[in-house]
Design a protein around this ligand. Sequence first.
Ligand SMILES: Nc1ncnc2c1ncn2[C@@H]1O[C@H](COP(=O)(O)OP(=O)(O)O)[C@@H](O)[C@H]1O
Ligand SMILES: [Mg+2]
Length: 152
Amino acid sequence: MTAQPMLLFGAAETEAVGAALAACVRAGDVIALFGDLGAGKTTLARGLIRALGFAGDVPSPTFPIVVAYDPPDVSLSFMHADLYRIDDPDDAEELGLDDARAHGVLLIEWPERLGARLWPDALVLRIERDGDDRRRLTWEMPAAWEGRWPPR
Ligand SMILES: Nc1ncnc2c1ncn2[C@@H]1O[C@H](COP(=O)(O)OP(=O)(O)O)[C@@H](O)[C@H]1O
Ligand SMILES: [Mg+2]
């Protein structure tokens, strides 16, 4: 199901969407964040991780591919993955994504790299450029997210 797009003016609004997501996430959730290079995926993830209580820098995980955040730094275990450099879905197996999901929340940039391995119950978010200073966010909501997203 796709709803009306959300228009985001400036990086602060992209971070704010991440913060809104922080209020909705539960252990076991997977968020698949699609978008081109520079679309704002890491910016959104940063807003989410900070809203979970993380006070430090939130780097792009392009290299080393995954960054884990654990209590007490955050209110629930969170793994931030960037699969840009993964060529073969089989290579993703050793990253511990299944495990991350079992213990907390998993957010994936470049989820298309997982091919058919992407979890069907993931919340799918797509962020795209809409001019230089605006982004457009759309989503596909699995049953597990009904009533949780979008925020009212
Ligand atoms: N809504 C927005 N409007 C304008 N610029 C944005 C918006 N959201 C993010 N940005 C900027 O776009 C760039 C995106 O970077 P990043 O989040 O690292 O993208 P990605 O992870 O998708 O490659 C950053 O410079 C960020 O400040
Ligand atoms: Mg990124």
